[in-house]
Write a protein that binds this ligand. Structure first.
Ligand code: MLT
Length: 211
């Protein structure tokens, strides 16, 4: 089946500053493609923002992949949906004439897990990612031995997050680092949220990376 730009509901905010990377935004459970636009504008002022909507409907809540219950993922669905999203992103970047070599992913919670799955399944799709409240998405499986050298990742995590527990974030950090990614692990004292101070640190990281 041919992938079309219409396959995901999405919003595209064109760049207002030339020579900036494209930020792909992946919302959390129950949100939509508009939710993370302010985060995107904070992280990458002037950059193009490409923000799709997850297609899985969990009792009326948008998600990126199915889960069996909170914290327990349908890993086959994670893989299928991640690959579908990766194919769509490739088509959407071409459609909007965005440079495929300058893509950075950002996401929260379910969207961050999906961003992590994109990194682990499609190395080369993104040069970096700022993921908030993400754990290792391929639960119970060792991801393929892909080469992520040159990929910069900011992982924002809450030490007492009851949904994405800190050990799950640590496992993701280990999976990314052992595949060559340059990972910054930024822990805050709270739970399943993105504190304002962490957004500031992510902004500083973004500037330092020079995407
Ligand atoms: C998930 O991917 O299911 C997250 O960890 C939790 C959530 O989105 O509610």
């Amino acid at each position: 089946m041919t992938t079309s730009v219409e396959d995901f509901e999405h919003v595209l905010e064109p760049a207002t500053t030339p020579d900036t990377p494209t930020l792909v935004l992946l919302h959390g459970t129950g949100a939509d493609e508009y939710d993370l636009l302010p985060l995107g504008r904070a992280l990458a002022p002037g950059a193009a923002l490409l923000s799709p909507r997850g297609k899985v409907d969990e009792n009326g809540l948008n998600r990126w992949f199915r889960r069996l219950r909170e914290g327990v993922f349908d890993v086959e669905d994670v893989i299928t949906r991640t690959d579908e999203l990766a194919d769509w992103l490739t088509v959407a970047l071409e459609h909007y004439e965005l440079d495929p070599r300058r893509v950075v992913i950002s996401g929260f919670s379910n969207g961050a897990n999906t961003g992590a799955a994109l990194l682990l399944r499609r190395p080369g799709l993104a040069v970096g990612a700022a993921l908030f409240a993400s754990g290792a998405p391929l639960q119970g499986r060792e991801p393929d031995p892909v080469d992520l050298s040159g990929t910069r990742v900011f992982l924002g995590a809450g030490k007492v997050d009851p949904i994405t527990t800190i050990d799950r974030t640590h496992l993701l950090a280990e999976q990314l680092t052992s595949r060559g990614a340059d990972v910054v692990l930024d822990e805050h004292a709270g739970g399943h949220q993105i504190p304002a101070e962490q957004i500031v640190r992510a902004e500083e990281w973004f500037v330092r990376c020079g995407f």
